[in-house]
Design a protein. Sequence first.
Length: 232
Amino acid sequence: MNGAARRSNRRLKMKMGILGAGFLGRALATLAKQNGYEVMISNSRGPETLMSTAAATGCRVGTAREAAVFGDIVVISVPLRSYLTLPVAELEGKIVIDTCNYYPERDGHIDALDQYTLTTSELMARHLPGARLVKAFSAILAKDLETDGVAPGRPNRRALPIAGDDVAAKQAVAGILDQFGFDAVDAGSLSASWRFERAKPAYCVRLDRAGLLKKLAQAERNVELPHGSWRH
């Protein structure tokens, strides 16, 4: 077996657990299945409520703890208000992709975020101290995630930002973005991930690599764009 075949075989055996079965969680489950991953998806209401999702995506279903144990890579895609309910021990040592965003009208007000003393991912990392957390797939709408991905080398390929404190984990997640059809742009550490949080210039806007770098640089910590300006 040559090197390319071995890499393909490893990818086919990769398992992804997804905690959260909303629009983004289902979109990521679909892309993961299309790219050869085994996928288990969960929600807060229990696997018996996910039978139609399983049928539509071909994923396994389970509880949040089961999905966390199952995944070699685990995606968190829940309303931020629910982050304290996430399993902790089961995610220790694992690469965890944090897709969550802060919407005060949905999540309630969180002082550390309102006062800009923490980013959403730093808040998540405090709850999951053993996880290798990477902020990714948080600055794209679910409908775009399913349609905007293209093969490497295509002109104007859409770029998505990532952030994290673990270099190897970021490299692994950048590889997943590439598989799913997007260029990854490293925005720095978790403390810098505010640059692509909700209502920043790079949030959910279709940009290539150069455009994304420009928008990340334009972000101001305590300045938000008008609510909903990212919907298109």
